[in-house]
Design a protein around this ligand. Structure first.
Ligand code: WT7
Length: 638
């Protein structure tokens, strides 16, 4: 029996028990057998959740790109590492072999060096889903620079905040991007953002859409000519196990986005291990995750996890509905995809279209279907299972977070019996705990509470960039000695976990994690706005829709309110991006607040979702009358 590849339920239980009884020995064996190290660790794990401090494989030396690329060259050099499928189906797909990936990453790494990037420097990557995105990430890792990828759907303001938060000295972008039938002027967004970013010295620009763009003398450089001149050899920088590998921002319920810092060795071991098991990847498989690399799903399960296993990973530039709703299925057939990993919101949007889109394609290559990003509802689960998997491919409902680095709770396909909407059982090494309101751990089965993790796993983020105190407060202060996830969960009669959703002020819209506070802050910038509160309401496709209650400084007439609604969404688009636009805006004379001035979102959530039969205790409200006014205002909106 190998710890690394779980092949039966019996093995799962054995391995799981071992990983809990002897976590250090367990992870040591995994690390020893399956990775290339320049120097062995002195100690497997050092931890203290009260500080919090977590160190895995301390003393070890490695470079993650040697593990993701170099070690596959012997034997797998001509195997496709990245299979790039362009936005336009008429453009040819690109098969980037491990040999070619090695050369291209080295060239890129040399360009970074020639442009002054050194170990430990932060590099912002703002690129569409083109090969340069994966290659630039690996090039940073090759030379020990810390990449900070910003999803290319974020606005200039959001980009600038992220560039400045971690002092990036370079930005890598493209002239523009394709998104279905549209093109987006990415370079224009970067130019706008950089007006606020003094620390950026160089902008490398990949050519994708051949648009004519502005190049700022001395700062902006076309990438391709530099790559063409660069050597294809680049010795990897030898890194410490705990050196930061990357920063990735995630929104919190309050304040500015949190730059989660992931380490090198622990992250590598954890993403590789979970990839192998959750997707049961075998040589020859064609694995496709539809996420954007701008999110953690793409970092861990398009780039690092698959490449560390020598897999073929598909990178898709486009969208599910271009040229029409059959695109995903056409790609599955064309490349004979074996594992397909997507989000419930995508499943729901495809499920509402005609089945004929799907039926004209041969999906028989599929062996495993995955879901991630939000709870998958029963209807979507069955549609996915019946129509895409034809009842033959197990669905892995994978629960995890930007902060966890990799998958935490998930079935192992062909091993764990699945139940719709249940993420089922923890990965080896993961010790979940459900907590009640009094901070006590709930024992036994058939309980529901707040989901915590009580022991470190190698993939956990080590800190928030520049703000360790916030890291401690957000994740380690709610419960003593436990990592708090922000999610609620239920444990059923057999010990399976079902994630019930966020218990904080984070709302997941189309699988995107949005904090209410940053949206409210943006709205409040509007000169006519006094105050605002955002809540989420169930939505058929997006999972949640955003509903905003806005109070104005002076109540305007209704014609003006139409314009105001547009302006408010405009401000949100500028500050965050179009993903955070509100579906409904209700102007109200006031907001329900406790006597201490805290907005009672619980009440607003119920009103917004049309559930006013039982508003719970409103006696602590400063002004209970406002509730009636809001209910009436909601009715008038319809
Ligand atoms: C939040 C984390 C992890 C990659 C994508 C999102 C929700 C994620 C599931 C799932 C129910 C899920 C949680 C979590 N979530 N996967 N399978 N079932 N909820 O990463 O943006 O950091 O969001 O997504 O609420 O806390 P993220």
């Amino acid at each position: 029996m190998s710890n690394y590849h779980i092949k039966s339920l019996e093995e799962y239980f054995k391995i799981y028990r071992k990983s809990i009884r002897e976590p250090e020995l367990f992870w040591e064996e995994v690390a020893e057998e399956h990775f290339a190290w320049r120097k062995r660790w002195n100690k497997v794990l050092e931890w203290d959740f009260s500080k919090p401090e977590i160190k895995w494989f301390e003393g070890a030396k490695l470079n993650i790109t040697e593990n993701c690329i170099d070690r596959h060259l012997l034997g797998k050099g001509e195997k496709t590492a990245i299979l790039f499928e362009p936005n336009d189906p008429k453009e040819e797909a690109q098969h980037i072999t491990y040999n070619s990936l090695h050369k291209r990453v080295n060239q890129f790494a040399n360009v970074l060096k020639e442009n002054g990037v050194k170990k430990g420097d932060r590099v912002c990557i703002y690129l569409p889903m083109i090969p340069e995105l994966a290659i630039s990430i690996l090039a940073c890792a090759r030379i020990g620079a810390i990449h900070s990828v910003v999803f290319a759907g974020f606005s200039a303001t959001a980009l600038a905040t992220r560039i400045n938060d971690c002092d990036c000295k370079m930005v890598i972008t493209s002239d523009g991007s394709y998104r279905g039938a549209k093109t987006i002027d990415l370079k224009g967004i970067v130019d706008e953002a950089l007006k606020e970013c003094e620390g950026v010295e160089t902008v490398l620009v990949a050519k994708r859409i051949n648009s004519s763009i502005n190049m700022k003398e001395g700062r902006d450089k076309w990438l391709q000519p530099l790559l063409d001149k660069a050597s294809t050899a680049c010795e990897p920088e030898i890194m410490d196990a705990e050196d930061p590998l990357f920063i990735l921002y995630t929104s919190g319920s309050t304040g500015k986005p949190k730059g989660m810092v992931h380490s090198t060795a622990g992250y590598m071991v954890y993403t590789a291990y979970t990839f192998k098991n959750v997707f049961q990847y075998r040589d020859g498989d064609i694995y496709w995750c539809t996420a954007d690399i701008g999110w953690i799903t793409g970092h861990s399960y398009i780039v690092y996890g698959p490449l560390a296993n020598g897999a073929t990973t598909v990178m898709f530039e486009g969208v599910p509905n271009y040229p029409d709703f059959s695109r995903f299925w056409e790609i599955v057939e064309k490349h004979k995809v074996t594992q397909f990993y997507t989000a419930p919101t995508a499943i729901r949007s495809l499920a509402k279209e005609s089945l004929s889109y799907l039926e004209k394609h041969d999906l028989s290559s599929l062996k495993v279907l995955g879901s991630v990003g939000e709870p998958i509802n029963e209807e979507a689960w069955h549609w996915y299972n019946d129509n895409v998997g034809k009842n033959q491919s197990p669905i892995v409902d994978t629960w995890w977070q930007t902060e966890t680095g990799g998958i935490m709770i998930s079935p192992i396909p062909y091993v764990t019996p699945t139940i719709p909407t249940f993420a089922t059982m923890p990965m080896p090494g993961v010790q979940p705990a459900l907590m009640n309101e009094n901070g006590e751990e709930l024992q036994g089965n058939l309980v529901e509470g707040r989901l915590c993790i009580k022991f470190p796993w190698p993939g956990i983020a080590r800190t928030i960039w520049g703000n360790h105190q916030r890291y401690k407060e957000t994740y380690f202060s709610a419960y003593d000695n436990k990592y708090f996830t922000g999610d609620g969960a239920r444990r059923d009669a057999v010990g399976y976990y079902r994630i019930t959703g966020r218990v904080d002020d984070v709302i997941i819209v189309s699988g995107h994690n949005l904090g209410t506070a940053p949206i409210e802050d943006a709205i409040n910038e509007h000169p006519a706005v006094a105050e605002s509160a955002i809540v989420g309401c169930p939505h058929d496709i997006k999972g949640n829709a955003l509903y905003g209650f806005v109070t104005l400084k002076e109540t305007g007439e209704s014609r003006m309110q139409v314009n105001l609604r547009k302006e408010i969404n405009q401000i949100i688009t500028e500050h965050i991006g179009p993903i955070a636009k509100l579906d409904t805006i209700q102007f109200t004379p006031g907001l329900p607040k406790t006597r201490s001035g805290k907005i009672m979102r619980r009440i607003l959530r119920k009103i917004a979702c049309g559930d006013t039969s039982n508003l719970g205790d409103i006696s602590t409200l400063q002004d209970p009358e406002v509730v009636q006014q809001i209910i009436e205002g909601r009715a008038a909106l319809e």
